[in-house]
Design a protein around this ligand. Structure first.
Ligand SMILES: [Zn+2]
Length: 269
């Protein structure tokens, strides 16, 4: 296919730079230089949605620069169709993420990958082969879904259960009873019902991976702690409001009820 007419310089409001220049000032691992990235409009929309979600979920917020090894390239495969993108790194004001550093920041890497996988069926990562140690290849030529026969998906799943959920299994890309057992356990712990090959389950799992990787999973609060949150909320939000007293006295009636007291007693430690 010839080069699509559509191109972008930014994704989700953030400049995308090319960082594969031979000049070391703009080479791999640097912020690179502004560039025109060609791809189909449909594929660009998916990239925009994906990075927007990453900015929303990641504790570092919106990035400053995304670095890439390219989108459309005149060669066979997804890049030649204008439906492939190679992600080298992401720079935030207080965080630099370079994909080749997988071995020293596996958790963060897998968190980013989880978000990519919510939007793109094909994601080839550091574990896939030597060629992908220094970038994520993403394309939309396969479905967003977990397939037990997909080596790249199984590798990712194994890496997440080992590095984020403390399972001890081999990360070999082969789906077998140990991998199945590990993911079943993890899903149960996370309170996610059903089979990982089910799309809804896969998407929920990816959310949990991202939240765990980014350290934003809160321990589940008990009703007493939730009640304290509610009091704090009323205090913060209704400070100058005339309805503050009415709401507080209605809440007090509920709290002071004998049945409520009996039920809450069990959470007093
Ligand atoms: Zn690629």
């Amino acid at each position: 296919m010839s080069r699509p007419a559509n191109y972008f310089k930014k994704l989700a409001g953030v400049p995308v730079h090319y960082d594969r220049f031979t000049d070391v000032r703009y080479g791999y691992g640097t912020k690179g230089k502004p560039y025109d990235f060609f791809c189909t409009k449909k594929f660009q929309d998916k990239l925009d949605a994906c990075f927007q979600e990453l900015w929303n979920i990641c504790p570092h917020g919106k990035g400053e620069v995304i670095t890439s090894a390219g989108a459309y390239v005149d060669k066979p495969g997804s890049h030649g169709m204008g439906r492939g993108f190679d992600l080298d790194g992401i720079f935030w004001p207080n965080k630099t993420f370079i994909t080749i550093n997988y071995p020293t920041e596996k958790e963060f890497y897998l968190g980013v990958e989880a978000v990519l996988r919510k939007h793109f069926g094909t994601v080839l990562n550091h574990l896939y082969n030597n060629a992908h140690q220094d970038h994520f290849h993403i394309d939309d030529t396969s479905e967003v879904k977990f397939f037990t026969s997909s080596r790249s998906r199984v590798l990712f799943l194994q890496a997440t259960v080992v590095n984020l959920f403390e399972k001890t299994i081999d990360i070999d890309g082969d789906w077998g009873p140990k991998t199945r057992g590990a993911i079943t356990d993890v899903l149960q712990t996370l309170g996610i019902q059903n089979d990982i090959t089910d799309l809804a389950v896969w998407l929920k799992y990816l959310d949990s991976v991202a939240k765990t990787a980014f350290g934003i999973v809160e321990k589940e609060k008990n009703p007493l702690e939730l009640l304290q949150d509610l009091y704090k909320c009323i205090d913060d939000q209704l400070q100058d409001s005339t309805s503050k007293k009415t709401i507080e006295s209605a809440l007090a009636l509920f709290i002071d009820h004998l049945d409520t007291q009996k039920w809450l007693k069990q959470y007093n430690s």
